[in-house]
Design a protein around this ligand. Structure first.
Ligand SMILES: *Cc1c(COP(=O)(O)O)cnc(C)c1O
Length: 404
C-alpha cells in the first residue's frame, strides 16, 4: 500500500516520521516523535566532503538556516498530506509564506490577479508591497469565474485565490479558476488555511501552490506562529530559492509544536466543524441575525460548492446582524460573550469572536450575493472545542445584551 492510497487521517499519523529523524544510528528501535534538533552548526566529515557540496534539499546537513531534522519532519509531513506536491517551505508566519511565494513567482513588470475577498494583509502585499518591485496587482470577483479569462493580459503571471474568502466566507469555484489560469499559462496560488489539505487537496484541484498559515489549524493550540508553501517541482524550487535568499527559517521548537498540533488536526477539525454547524443553525433562526455566512450550513452561501469540492470544514464562520443593530449594539454583544475571546486569530482550541465590516477591505463586492445584508455589521466566530450547548448559551446571552 503506497502512502497516497492511505486516507488522510492515517497519513497524518505517519507523516514525517522518517527512521533517520526518529532513531539513533547504529541502535535498534526509535521514538515516535522527531526530537527537537537545535539549530546547531552543521559539520562536514572532511574538506573533501565540504568541497563536494550538498544537494539543496531537506534531509542534508549544510548550514543551520536550511533547517534540521525537526523542520524537515514538519515540511515532509505537510508535503505528504498534499497529493501532487514535491516539497514544502516553512516560514515564520503565514504572511511571510504569502509574501515570499509571490516574490518568488513574480518579476518586475508582471501582473497578479487577486481575489477581492482575500485576507487583508495578502491584499496589502499584493497592492502595496509588490508595487515597490514594479509588480502590479488587480482584485477580481472570484464568484464570477467566467470573467477571469477576460482579465488575464499579456503581463499577468499569477492568480492569488482564497476559498472560502476571509471574513465573508464566499466559496469560489477553485477548479474552474485554476483551470482557466493553467490554460493561459499562469500560476494559481491558493491560501488554503481554512480547509487545509484534509478538507481541500488544492493541488489535486488544479492549483500550483498551496499556502497555509500554520498558526491556525496546524498549530491548533494558539501557541505558535508559522506558515508554509507546498508545491510540485519546479515551482517549489523557485519558492525555496527565494526563501533562502531572504533568510527564512523557523525555530525547531516551533516546528515541533506545529508537528504536534498536526497529529490531531483531523479530530479537532471534525469536532469544531460539527459544533460550528450546530451554532450556525441556531444563529440562523435568531431574529437578531439576518444572515449566517457558513459554507457548511445547508442553504447558506457557498454550500453547494463546498459540498462538491470540500471533504471537510472547520470552526470559522461569520454572521450578519439584522437591521436595527448599530456598532455600539454589536460591541455590547461581543463584550458580553464569556466563552469567546476577542482576537484576530482562529483555528485554536478556544473560541474567538471579532466584529468586522467588509466594505473597506473588499472593493468589488462587500457581501456575498443573495444574502440579507441586514445592518451591514458582521461578527466572525472561530469555534473551538467547547461544548456546543455552552457556546450557544453564551451567544444567546450576548445577543440579549445587545438590546439593553
Ligand atoms: C491568519 C491568516 C494568515 C496569516 O497567517 P499568520 O501566521 O498570522 O501570519 C493568512 N491567511 C489567512 C486566511 C489567515 O486567516
Amino acid at each position: 500500500m503506497s502512502n497516497n492510497d492511505r486516507k488522510p487521517a492515517t497519513r497524518l499519523v505517519e507523516a514525517g516520521r522518517k527512521r533517520e529523524w526518529t532513531s539513533v544510528p547504529g541502535s535498534k528501535g526509535r521514538v515516535v516523535s522527531p526530537p527537537v534538533w537545535r539549530a546547531s552548526t552543521h559539520l562536514y566529515e572532511d574538506c573533501a566532503d565540504l568541497a563536494g557540496g550538498r544537494p539543496n534539499e531537506d534531509g542534508h546537513f549544510y548550514y543551520g538556516r536550511r533547517g534540521g531534522p525537526t523542520q524537515w519532519a514538519l515540511a515532509e509531513a505537510l508535503t505528504e498530506l498534499e497529493p501532487g506536491a514535491d516539497g514544502t517551505e516553512l516560514f515564520p508566519s503565514g504572511v511571510a509564506a504569502i509574501a515570499c511565494t509571490l516574490m518568488a513567482l513574480l518579476r518586475p513588470g508582471d501582473e497578479l490577479l487577486v481575489t477581492d475577498n482575500v485576507y487583508e494583509p495578502t491584499r496589502n502585499i499584493a497592492l502595496s508591497m509588490l508595487k515597490q518591485f514594479g509588480i502590479t496587482a488587480r482584485p477580481f470577483d472570484p464568484l464570477e469565474p467566467d470573467s477571469l479569462a477576460g482579465l488575464i493580459g499579456e503581463k499577468t503571471r499569477a492568480v492569488m485565490l482564497e476559498s472560502p474568502g476571509s471574513l465573508t466566507l464566499e466559496v469560489c469555484d477553485v477548479p474552474a479558476l485554476a483551470a482557466i489560469a493553467r490554460r493561459h499559462g499562469i500560476l494559481s496560488i491558493i491560501d488554503n488555511t481554512w480547509a487545509t489539505p484534509l478538507g481541500f487537496p488544492a493541488l489535486e484541484h488544479g492549483c500550483d501552490v498551496s499556502v497555509m498559515s500554520l498558526t491556525k489549524h496546524v498549530g491548533g493550540h494558539s501557541d505558535v506562529m508559522m506558515g508554509s508553501a507546498t508545491a510540485a517541482k519546479p515551482v517549489i524550487n523557485r519558492i525555496r530559492r527565494q526563501a533562502q535568499f531572504m533568510g527564512q527559517v523557523v525555530s525547531p521548537d516551533d516546528a515541533a509544536l506545529a508537528l504536534r498540533g498536526l497529529r490531531t488536526m483531523q479530530v479537532r477539525l471534525n469536532q469544531s466543524t460539527g459544533t460550528a454547524i450546530e451554532v450556525a443553525e441556531w444563529l440562523s433562526d435568531h431574529p437578531a441575525v439576518s444572515a449566517v455566512l457558513c459554507p457548511m450550513l445547508p442553504g447558506a452561501p457557498g454550500y453547494d460548492l463546498w459540498r462538491r469540492d470540500f471533504s471537510g470544514g472547520c470552526g470559522l464562520f461569520s454572521f450578519v446582524l439584522a437591521e436595527g443593530a448599530d456598532v455600539a449594539a454589536r460591541a455590547r454583544l461581543v463584550d458580553a460573550l464569556e466563552l469567546f475571546g476577542i482576537g484576530f486569530s482562529w483555528g485554536g482550541f478556544e473560541s474567538l469572536a471579532i466584529p468586522f465590516d467588509p466594505a473597506p477591505v473588499h472593493t468589488l463586492r462587500a457581501w456575498p450575493p443573495g444574502i440579507d445584508e441586514g445592518s451591514g455589521l458582521g461578527v466572525r466566530l472561530s469555534i473551538g472545542l467547547e461544548d456546543a450547548g455552552d457556546l450557544i448559551g453564551d451567544l444567546a446571552q450576548g445577543l440579549d445584551a445587545m438590546g439593553s
